[in-house]
Design a protein around this ligand. Structure first.
Ligand code: PMP
Length: 373
């Protein structure tokens, strides 16, 4: 990227507040004192103490879990791949929000599943529309296998699935024999309002994906799956045939961080920064985007999703914005079917409020040029 460019594009977490010296000492002690264990192969399921700590993380989302029902993976991206491989044959349908996470869409399409976007509004998936879509697809002879949802602060839309819709959506899936995959990497990154219990909290048939990427570090590549026992066991076999297991050293470092550090305090401080950045972005957007645009107001996570007026092109606005020195991501990549032409994602996780405000000044210039083009 060009020097001076303000990026509201990538969705990396802010790691600036991590206790790096103490973590360095802990990592060094792990190797010096337990090197032959932490540098060795370990169990396919993930190390037991880490699985226990992860159940404590999930308790914050209202989930009561048995550590034996968890499989530790190399990030939740890997879990998505394993689940898709396990459930989907080419041509099978995966239902997903529209827009949805690019990495999940790529996984589904890479394994030749068809992605069908379910109608959503400001409160997430619309239950009646979900039911109607399933019926339509079945009437057309399609095999619908999975519903993939990011219920908290969706990447990219920032939208949270309303609490009262959650049990209904789980019920629709159960009745239709569709496996519900709840991907929740952002749930603990809430800067406004009360926690909404996970869908899995009320329905043990849900497959729940967790990750340390947004609450600790994405580079250590630690995520997990909570699934009914027989599903978990099959996923473990698939995991063993791809990576054998997630890195033993990373798992031990994650365990140390969760058990011995004030991870929650560090996360709270990061959340304060995310809140300030989201506010800076939301305050400036009305004067930065073309007249007639709308956008979401997230209560957590990293993203705001904007919709330009009818007939506008996010790609064209992007080109002008990049010339002015600010970038975002145009929307069509977040759909499997090329829609999203006039939509775009802003990420506020990494730039300071000052830089975000400067980015919005630049975007305002791009929007003026766009209006005059
Ligand atoms: N799901 C969603 C919704 C994400 O936004 C991301 C990362 N951006 C992932 C999964 C993958 O996360 P991980 O680093 O745990 O593989």
């Amino acid at each position: 990227m060009e020097p001076g460019m303000i990026s509201l594009a990538g969705g990396n977490p802010d790691l600036a507040g991590l206790p790096l010296d103490a973590l360095g000492d802990a990592a060094s002690a792990l190797i010096r004192e337990h090197g032959t264990e932490v540098l060795q192969y370990s169990t396919g399921a993930g190390i037991d103490e880490l699985r226990t700590e992860l159940t404590r993380v999930m308790a914050r989302a209202g989930i009561e879990a048995d550590p034996a029902d968890l499989l530790v993976t190399a990030g939740s991206q890997m879990a998505l791949e394993l689940i898709t491989a396990m459930y989907c044959d080419p041509g099978d349908v995966v239902l997903a929000e529209g827009p949805s996470y690019v990495g999940a869409i790529s996984t589904f399409m890479g394994l030749e599943a068809e992605v069908s976007h379910v109608p959503c509004d400001a409160d997430g998936i619309v239950p009646d529309a979900l039911e109607a879509r399933i019926a339509e697809l079945r009437a057309a002879g399609k095999r619908v296998k999975l519903l993939y949802t990011i219920p908290n602060f969706n990447n990219p839309s920032g939208i949270t699935l309303a609490a009262d819709r959650r049990p209904r959506i789980a019920e629709i899936c159960r009745e239709a024999g569709i496996v519900l995959v709840e991907d929740d990497p952002y749930g603990l990154v809430r800067f406004e309002g009360e926690t909404v219990p996970a869908i899995r909290a009320a329905d043990p048939s849900v497959i729940y994906l967790g990750s340390l990427s947004k609450i600790f570090s994405p580079g250590i590549r630690i995520g997990w799956v909570l699934a009914p026992r027989e599903v978990r066991d099959r996923l473990q076999l698939l995991s063993e045939s791809t990576t054998i297991h997630a890195s033993t050293l990373s798992q031990h470092l994650a365990l140390t961080y969760l058990r011995d550090f004030d991870w929650s305090g560090h996360l709270d401080r990061a959340i304060v920064r995310y809140r300030e950045r989201a506010e800076a972005l939301l305050e400036a957007l009305p004067s930065a985007l073309p007249a007639g645009s709308t956008w979401t107001r997230p209560s957590g996570g990293f993203f705001v999703w904007a919709t330009l007026p009818e007939g506008a092109s996010a790609d064209e606005l992007f080109a002008l914005a990049a010339e002015e020195g600010v970038v975002f991501i145009p929307g069509s990549g977040f759909y499997a079917d090329g829609q999203g032409e006039r939509e775009l994602r802003f990420s506020f996780s990494l730039e300071s409020p000052e830089r975000i405000r400067e980015g919005m000044t630049r975007l305002a210039r791009a929007s003026e040029r766009y209006a005059r083009r």
